[in-house]
Design a protein around this ligand. Structure first.
Ligand code: NAI
Length: 477
C-alpha cells in the first residue's frame, strides 16, 4: 500500500486542529497542512494565542508548527499537495427544511468534497473525520466520481474522532481505539492500511481497528448515543434521589463498582452539553425515522428529552428555594463552558439556565475562566434576527472573577465543574460575607462539600440530594 507523505485537513476546528497537530507531532516526516475558510481562525492557529483552549495543545503545536505542520487559508493548495485529505468540517443540526431540528446539515461536507473533486490532479484518499449519518461516504463517492478529472481515483475512508474536549490531547495520545472504515475491496483495504500507518506513528497496531465503512460511520453515532444515555440515566435517577433521600453520588458509586457497568460517565449534573451529544443523537433519531423505525427513534429521543427536563428541573428548584420568585434577585452563575477545561460553550447548559433566569426577571452575573465575553453575548442573543444585546445587558453582566460575580448575590449556581470553583480553591467564607442572606449555593455539578459550606452559613442545594431548605406549602415543584 501507498505511503502517505503529505496530509491536508479541511477544517481547523476543535477536531481538525488538535487531531492533525498530533499527527504532525508524531510523524515528523509527514507534511500536514490544516486549511480553513475562516481566516481569523487560521491567523490564531499561527499566533501565540491558539483559537481553542485545550490542556497540552500549545506544546504540541509548538513542536511541529513550521516544521511539518502548517495552517493556511489556501484550501486548493492544501488539496493539490496531499496524498490523504481529512474532511473535518462542522456538521450542525439543520435549522430549516426537511429534517430541521434533527438531521445533520451536510452542506459543509458536500462543499469540501466538491472542492476536492474540482481541484485534485492526482489520486487521493479522502477521509471522513466529521461525524456524519450512516452512508454519507456513498454521497461523497457520487460527488467525487461525478466531478473528478478522468483517470483520477478516490478512496473514501471513515475515521471518526473519539476525542473529548478538555482532554483532547491525552485522548489523542492514548486513544482507546482508532477506527478506520473502508469498502471491502482491494483498493479500500489498501487505503485503510495507508491511514493505519499514520496512526501507527504512536498508536499500538492492535488498537487500530479496521472495519466496514458503514459500521464505522454508525459506531460514532452509537458511541455518543450510549455515552449520553448513561448521563441521562443517572440524571433520571437523580430526580428520584431528590424525592426520596437517596444520594446520587452514592448510587452512582454503588452501580459503577459493577464491572459490567463501570464508573465512568455516571456523574449526575445539570445536564450534558457540547456540540456533539445532542446533535448526534438527533441525527440517529432522524436516521431511524427515515429507515421507518419509529420505536427506535423514540427510544433515543428520550435521552435528549431527559436532558432538557434536567435543566428545567434544576431551574425550578432554584426558583422554588428562592421563595418562588427570582424577580430583581441577583444570581451568580459560576461557569459558562459546557464542561471544565474547555472554552467551548456550544449547547452549554449554562445558556439554557441563564435564559430561564432571565425569563424570571433575575439579574445574572456570569464568571468563567476560559470563555470570552464576546462569546457569552453571542450565546445569549439570537444572532441575525434583531440585536438583543442591549436588552440582555440590562439583566446580565460578566464578572472578572468569582468574588465579583457573587458580591451582593442571592444565590450562586454552579454550572461548570471547573476545579477553581471547589471549596478547596475558593474562599467561600469571603464570598459568604458579601452575599445577601440567606445565601444559597446550587451545586449543579456535585463538586462542593455541602457540610463544610453549610457550616459557613450557606444554604446548599445539590443535584441528586434531597432539598435542605424550607419548602413552602404553595410550592409548585
Ligand atoms: P468546528 O466548527 O470547530 O470546525 C469546523 C471548521 O470547518 C470551521 O472552522 C469551518 O470554518 C471549517 N469549514 C467548514 N466548511 C469548510 C470548507 N468547505 N472548507 C474549509 N473549511 C471549512 O467543528 P468541530 O467541533 O471541529 O467538529 C467537526 C466535526 O467533528 C463535526 O462533524 C463534529 O461532529 C465532529 N466531532 C467533534 C468533536 C468535538 O469534540 N468537537 C468530537 C468528535 C467529532
Amino acid at each position: 500500500h501507498k505511503k502517505i507523505n503529505s496530509i491536508c485537513c479541511i477544517g481547523a476546528g476543535y477536531v481538525g486542529g488538535p487531531t492533525c497537530a498530533v499527527i504532525a507531532a508524531k510523524n515528523p516526516h509527514v507534511k500536514v497542512t490544516i486549511v480553513d475558510l475562516n481566516a481569523a481562525r487560521i491567523a490564531a492557529w499561527n499566533s501565540d494565542k491558539l483559537p481553542i483552549y485545550e490542556p497540552g495543545l500549545d506544546e504540541v503545536v509548538k513542536t511541529a508548527r513550521g516544521r511539518n505542520l502548517f495552517f493556511s487559508t489556501d484550501v486548493e493548495g492544501g488539496i493539490l499537495d496531499a496524498d490523504l485529505i481529512f474532511v473535518s468540517v462542522n456538521t450542525p443540526t439543520k435549522i430549516k427544511g426537511i429534517g430541521a431540528g434533527f438531521a445533520a446539515d451536510l452542506g459543509y461536507v458536500e462543499s469540501a468534497t466538491r472542492k476536492i473533486a474540482e481541484v485534485a490532479k492526482s489520486d487521493k484518499i479522502v477521509v471522513e473525520k466529521s461525524t456524519v449519518p450512516c452512508r454519507t461516504a456513498q454521497s461523497m463517492r457520487y460527488i467525487l466520481e461525478a466531478n473528478a478529472k478522468p483517470d483520477i481515483k478516490f478512496d473514501i475512508l471513515s475515521n471518526p474522532e473519539f476525542l473529548a474536549e478538555g482532554t483532547a490531547i491525552s485522548d489523542l495520545f492514548y486513544p482507546d481505539r482508532v477506527l478506520i472504515g473502508s469498502l471491502d475491496t482491494e483498493s479500500g483495504r489498501s487505503a485503510a492500511a495507508s491511514l493505519a500507518d499514520v496512526y501507527a506513528g504512536w498508536v499500538a497496531r492492535d488498537q487500530i481497528i479496521t472495519m466496514n465503512l458503514w459500521s464505522s460511520e454508525l459506531s460514532k453515532l452509537a458511541a455518543n448515543a450510549i455515552l449520553a444515555q448513561r448521563i441521562s440515566s443517572i440524571n433520571a435517577l437523580s430526580a428520584i434521589c431528590e424525592a426520596t433521600g437517596a444520594d446520587i453520588d452514592e448510587v452512582s458509586y454503588a452501580c459503577g463498582l459493577d464491572s459490567r457497568i463501570g464508573p465512568k460517565f455516571l456523574k449526575a449534573s445539570v445536564g450534558f452539553g457540547g456540540s456533539c451529544f445532542q446533535k448526534d443523537i438527533l441525527n440517529l433519531v432522524y436516521l431511524s425515522e427515515s429507515l421507518h423505525l419509529p420505536e427506535v427513534a423514540t427510544y433515543w429521543k428520550q435521552v435528549v428529552e431527559m436532558n432538557e427536563y434536567q435543566k428545567r428541573r434544576f431551574t425550578n428548584r432554584v426558583i422554588s428555594c428562592l421563595f418562588n420568585t427570582l424577580t430583581g434577585k441577583k444570581i451568580a452563575v459560576f461557569g459558562f463552558a459546557f464542561k471544565k477545561d474547555t472554552g467551548d460553550t456550544r449547547e452549554s447548559p449554562a445558556i439554557t439556565l441563564v435564559n430561564y433566569f432571565r425569563e424570571e426577571k433575575a439579574y445574572i452575573s456570569i464568571y468563567d475562566p476560559q470563555v470570552d465575553e464576546a462569546q457569552i453575548w453571542m450565546d445569549l442573543t439570537e444572532p441575525g434576527v434583531v440585536d438583543e444585546t442591549e436588552a440582555v445587558k440590562r439583566q446580565v453582566s460578566i464578572a472578572a472573577d468569582p468574588y465579583k460575580a457573587a458580591a451582593g448575590a442571592d444565590a450562586i449556581v454552579i454550572c461548570t465543574e471547573w476545579n477553581e470553583f471547589r471549596d478547596t480553591a475558593l474562599d467561600y467564607q469571603q464570598i459568604y460575607k458579601e452575599m445577601k442572606k440567606p445565601a444559597f449555593i446550587f451545586d449543579g455539578r456535585l463538586i462542593l462539600d455541602a457540610k463544610k459550606l453549610g457550616r459557613i452559613g450557606f444554604k446548599v442545594e445539590t443535584i441528586g440530594r434531597p432539598r435542605t431548605t424550607f419548602v413552602q406549602t404553595t410550592d409548585f415543584e
